[in-house]
Design a protein around this ligand. Structure first.
Ligand SMILES: [Zn+2]
Length: 171
């Protein structure tokens, strides 16, 4: 049987600096590959084929495989690096793309907080543990959001009195 490695790299166009995944890109711009019956993002598989299993990473957000080149279909291991979600955000901001709506590292389980929810979290009263449970994020995250560290780029003039509709129903 053909190894995953052989099968994988046979679907990659390595003619340019970015090695492009040529098999069935999905609508979100990432390439996907079936591994043991599971659909996986091609760039993550490329990283693993080169470096071994992706370390799990701390907390709920885990570890992302990010692109230096910003080409989602690119699976060149030299263009991929590991990062946390926080790094992903910082990286985005450095590159001037701002925050929402899409994360390049959206394969992290992280992108679950909307801007409206940040406003809600800041406006919410009660213990942080209750807020963290309500929004499904860590208490540390609540603390950071409320302290404005992570979301410092958000406009301070954002109207916190306009209560956002309850997102929980739509999540
Ligand atoms: Zn690339």
């Amino acid at each position: 049987m053909e190894s995953l490695e052989t099968r994988f790299w046979s679907k990659v166009d390595r003619s340019g600096e970015c090695w492009l995944w040529t098999d069935a890109p999905s609508s979100n711009g990432y390439g996907y590959v079936k591994v043991d019956g599971k659909r996986r993002r091609a760039h993550r598989v490329a990283w693993e084929l080169t470096n071994g299993p992706i370390p799990k990473g701390k907390g709920y957000h885990g570890t992302c495989v990010l692109h230096r080149c910003d080409v989602r279909l690119c699976v060149n291991p030299a263009h991929l690096f590991l990062g946390t979600n926080a790094e992903n955000i910082a990286d985005r901001e450095t590159k001037g793309r701002g925050w929402m709506p899409r994360y390049r590292g959206a394969d992290c389980a992280w992108a679950k907080i909307t801007e409206a929810q940040v406003v809600e979290i800041r406006a919410a009263s009660g213990p942080q543990t209750a807020i963290s449970a309500r929004f499904g994020i860590s208490q540390q995250q609540v603390s950071r959001i409320r302290a404005g560290k992570r979301w410092a780029h958000q406009s301070p003039s954002l109207n916190t009195s306009a209560a956002a509709p309850n997102k929980e129903a739509t999540q």
